[in-house]
Design a protein around this ligand. Structure first.
Ligand SMILES: *Cc1c(COP(=O)(O)O)cnc(C)c1O
Length: 358
């Protein structure tokens, strides 16, 4: 038995992989879904089903729209200011770690960048304090990364940005637990962490913000035009969408987002508990209340053992535990599709490794 702890592309639910083969079976019309016109009724039904299921999982307020767009989260880094800011209008970004910085970088061409909240620095591994953030009223939006996949840092609470719409990169956070969608102007998540295969990005946007997309924006880049076209301005990532729909169904079948939250808490508690209970052999450097529930960052007190740990873990079937290259150390990603048994196997291995090397 091997377990894949990669941060993304990540493990998909067993049940979804088992069903996925059927997506390639042709039916009476001599085609499977990905061989059919994307504008035809059969694919439109797939799309409508995916949208409906996601809306149900999120208990989506009626003034929000779901867009299924091609590409990843980084495309959205660029599309956000194109759609939501006027030429030269300020946009605010909070720095919580690696991905929030990449997002800010990709928006830098658009106009003045406002530092919404500072990362407290490498020694204090936390997200910015999520209080009331003072932002200029004419700021187009304020961007946060609620879960920093590379740094293993999560916001324990959302900031209050007043009238400035809160925009969130939820790539490694969407569908892990119930979410108060109404607190956001826009949420986006590329699929390959917790939703499905790469190539698809989910964008959930408050309807009134669609009016901001400039008329001159090319159609595929325009949130407004994508919304008007039901995410079919051009051919959407059909296979990724079909698989995402299976993932949404699987989550619903497990008891929805409350059940995901309970399972994720249990897994995180098991792993962080093993780290904290190792008498310093393993260390979780992120401050306790800011620890990511799904990207568990840890390290060995004896750094020289890190390579041996990764090697022996892989030999024991525990794969992809190396930390993000910008961060180092170790990381285990425990999204929805990682069962408790996988985490238990990791924890057992860690105890054994500590006994042999402690
Ligand atoms: C993985 C990740 C990205 C990058 O996603 P792509 O789909 O590769 O563009 C961006 N933000 C966060 C938080 C991520 O975890």
């Amino acid at each position: 038995m091997a377990w894949n702890f990669a941060a993304g592309p990540a493990r998909l639910p067993d049940a979804v992989l088992a069903q996925a083969g059927a997506l390639f079976r042709r039916s009476d019309d001599g085609a499977c879904t990905i061989e059919r016109p994307f504008s035809g009724p059969r694919f439109r039904a797939v799309l409508a089903n995916a949208r409906q299921r996601l809306a149900e999982l999120l208990d989506l307020p009626s003034n929000y729209r779901i867009l299924f767009m091609a590409g990843g989260a980084m495309q959205q880094f660029a599309l956000l200011p194109m759609n939501l800011a006027r030429a030269g209008q300020a946009v605010a970004y909070a720095d919580s770690g690696y991905w929030s910085r990449r997002a800010r970088q990709e928006a830098g061409w658009s106009g003045p960048l406002i530092e919404a909240a500072r990362h407290p620095g490498a020694t204090a591994l936390t997200a910015p304090v999520a209080g009331k953030w003072a932002l200029p009223a004419d700021c187009a939006y304020c961007h946060i990364t609620p879960n920093e996949t590379a740094d293993g840092i999560a916001y324990p609470a959302l900031p209050d940005t007043g009238a400035v719409p809160l925009v969130a990169d939820c790539t490694s956070a969407l569908l892990l637990a119930p979410l108060a969608v109404e607190k956001f102007g826009l949420i986006y998540a590329s699929a390959q962490k917790n939703i499905g295969p790469a190539g698809l990005c989910v964008v959930i946007v408050r309807e009134d913000l669609l009016e901001r997309s400039p008329v001159a924006l090319p159609a595929v880049f325009s949130y407004r035009q994508q919304a008007e076209a039901g995410s079919c301005v051009n051919t959407p990532p059909m296979l990724a969408l079909e698989m995402a729909a299976l993932v949404f169904e699987w989550i619903a079948g497990q008891g929805g987002l409350p059940a995901m939250a309970a399972a994720n808490q249990k897994k995180a508690a098991l792993l962080y508990g093993a780290i904290d209970g190792s008498r310093g052999f393993y260390q979780a450097p992120v401050e306790a209340v800011h620890r990511s529930p799904v990207n568990v960052r840890f390290q060995l007190a004896a750094d020289a053992l890190t390579e041996r740990f990764i090697e022996q873990a892989a030999a024991a079937g525990l794969q992809h535990l190396r930390g993000h290259p910008q961060v180092g150390g170790l990381r285990a990603s425990l999204y929805n599709a990682m069962p408790l048994a996988g985490v238990a196997a990791l924890v057992d291995f860690m105890a054994d490794f500590a006994r042999r090397h402690g």
